[in-house]
Design a protein around this ligand. Structure first.
Ligand code: PLP
Length: 375
């Protein structure tokens, strides 16, 4: 079905083709060229990450985290169940056991107060997901991690340009992974980034990024030949992707202003209605900012959520649910202990996301609000 209002339209600045042409005509279109350097420098300057490496996806950046954390078979990783598969699968590939945590009652992010009870002698890392770009309580998570000497790997797939107590998300954990998939605020079709905040990991990350070689050091003239020094893979994107991403980064502030404007528009238009209906809108704790990544409703039950999706569909509006609890997935359900994760299951059943993209007009948002309010 052709929707009047789709769920997402990838943002285009209009300069993507120009920069791609520039990359192509430069004769250097493999990875780690001028556009890759420009993007990485931009992120390091703007958010204070010690080092960034563009990757071909957030999934790849998470896989790099699993390698850097030296995850071994049997190690345990604490991951919220309400997340995308990549948050878990990156660690599963190293033989880790995933210990799924529940979400908060007031927010789909991990319940920080229930993390410590999941820690055992085998726990290696906590992976908080900054859902909808809304921060987890990172002070609490870092305090638990420091007490038990664990790594914190932020899944910041949705969290570009969002903050916790004024600190950029992705800059607090030891490592962080971002996504530039076409559904994200800034995108390169498929794309991602590893952000490194703990300097211990920088040298090895560059090697893992470049197939286990020290080629990055060679290109900088730090060694006079390069060779195979460690494990790794081909995690770096081509200059074509980086050129596309650069065209978006140049417009980051404009993109963010527009998305936050749409988010506010939905919030103001649905606030009083949602209270009357017993439907919840996103909750933003005092310590968190919003980055306009997504706008969601939490309905009273699965039936109401699905009816709302169907009704909006009939009116030409494409609204979608989100994650399915990973502890109940076909792949993991037999491996999960018997703990019930009721909040994760509630968001699985009851959460619905409304269209949110740069080109969405005020009139369209008014139309969606009108349709929802008059259901
Ligand atoms: C929380 C989270 N982590 C990881 C990913 C994977 O991102 P990518 O598609 O860039 O690999 C997603 C995808 O949307 C996500 O929502």
């Amino acid at each position: 079905m052709e929707y009047l209002i789709p769920f997402n339209k990838p943002y285009l600045s209009g300069k993507e083709i120009q920069y791609i042409k520039q990359a192509v005509s430069s004769g250097k279109i493999s990875g780690n060229g001028m556009f890759t350097q420009k993007c990485q420098h931009f992120f390091e300057e703007r958010y204070g990450f010690k080092k960034t490496l563009l990757t071909t996806s957030c999934t790849d950046a998470l896989e790099m985290c699993a390698l850097l954390a030296d995850i071994q078979p049997g190690d345990e990783i604490i991951v919220p169940s309400y997340t995308f598969v990549s948050t878990a699968v990156a660690f599963i590939r190293q033989g880790a056991k995933i210990v799924f945590a529940d979400s908060r009652k007031d927010h789909p992010g991990v319940d920080e107060d229930r993390i410590e009870e999941l820690i055992t002698q085998k726990t290696k890392a906590i992976v908080p997901v900054q859902y909808a770009g809304i921060a987890c309580d990172m002070d609490k998570i870092m305090a638990i991690a420091n007490k038990h000497r664990l790594l914190v790997i932020e899944d910041a797939a949705q969290a570009i340009e969002s903050f916790y107590k004024g600190k950029p998300l992705g800059s607090i954990g030891h490592l962080a992974a971002f996504s530039f998939h076409e559904t994200k605020n800034i995108n390169s079709g498929e794309g991602g980034m590893l952000a490194i905040n703990d300097e211990r990991f920088i040298r090895r990350a560059e090697i893992i990024w470049e197939k286990g070689t020290n080629r990055a050091e060679f290109f900088r003239g730090e060694v006079n030949k390069y060779g195979w020094v460690d494990i790794g893979s081909s995690f770096l994107p081509s200059e074509i992707s980086a050129a596309y991403l650069w065209a978006q980064l140049e417009n980051l502030e404009d993109i963010q202003n527009k998305r936050i404007h749409i988010w506010e528009h939905y919030y103001q238009g649905l606030k009083d209605w949602s209270i009357k209906q017993g439907i919840r809108l996103p909750y933003i704790p005092d310590y968190a900012s919003k980055n306009g990544h997504l706008f969601y409703l939490v309905c009273k039950n699965l039936e109401i959520r699905n009816q709302l999706i169907d009704y909006l569909k009939r009116k030409g509006i494409y609204a979608v649910f989100h994650y399915l609890s990973l502890h109940k997935s076909d792949f993991y359900k037999a491996k999960h202990d018997s703990r019930v994760l009721e909040n994760s299951d509630r968001y699985t059943d009851c959460l619905l996301r409304l269209p949110l993209y740069y080109e969405l007009t005020d009139e369209q948002v008014d139309y969606i609000i009108h349709i929802i309010r008059n259901i």
